[in-house]
Design a protein around this ligand. Sequence first.
Ligand code: ATP
Length: 255
Amino acid sequence: ADRAPLLDVRGVHVRFGGITALAGVDLTVGEGEICGLIGPNGAGKTTLLNVLSGVYRADAGRVRFAGRDLLGLPPHRIGPAGVARTFQNLALFPTMTVLENVMVGAHPACRGNWLTSLLPGYTARSERRATAEALGVLDLLGLADVALHRVTDLPYGTMKRVELARALVLRPRLLLLDEPAGGLNHDEVAELGELIVRLRDTFGVAVLLVEHHMRLVMGISDTVVVLASGRRIAAGPPAEVQRDPEVIAAYLGSP
Ligand code: ATP
């Protein structure tokens, strides 16, 4: 029998006043799979990520993740449930060091809250363990040398890797990436692609990759899902999706 996918999105609707951002979207992501989510501007990609991370509420539909219902969980419960995300615009603490930014994600007593040391349950030992974990992730992402640098002093491409590191110390089973290639140069995009594949291979983490950079998406995704005006218009292996007439039409703006 087929095993249930890690992430199973069914019939998700989201409306903002008169605007229907998602009109019944279905999507599945298997364990350790890289799923590219593409579509023209306003298709609903970021809205879907916001639903999956508890930022927006769906008006209808179901989301199962690792055998449990994800819809309705508040954002601070989503991370511990195994889903981590990065943002289209960097959401780092610019004046804190790389290590401090990553530790925000790492502390077991309070994932996502930076007032770590004020917490009941905070101990020097848990702090040390979290630090070791964070340093391991920094090493893997090639950030060990800048661990003590302030984020604001780093090149943009490096900052983006810091955000990835912060998401990874949660040890997620699913990583939601919102346009990670945005603002990166050609070489950085190529490196990012290799890095995402390496993270999947190393941690077995599944990735839902929202991205406009077609070469990146088509190059590393196992499956590509295409949204247009809040609907799924195609899903399948990259090569198949790329030659789908409806997908081509959506990108060319045909009626
Ligand atoms: P892009 O590629 O440009 O980031 P997208 O596919 O991520 O686009 P969304 O940002 O999800 O698209 O937007 C989908 C639709 O929902 C758009 O019409 C957008 O204007 C609308 N929308 C998104 N968030 C809100 C909000 N908070 N309030 C009102 N409308 C919203």
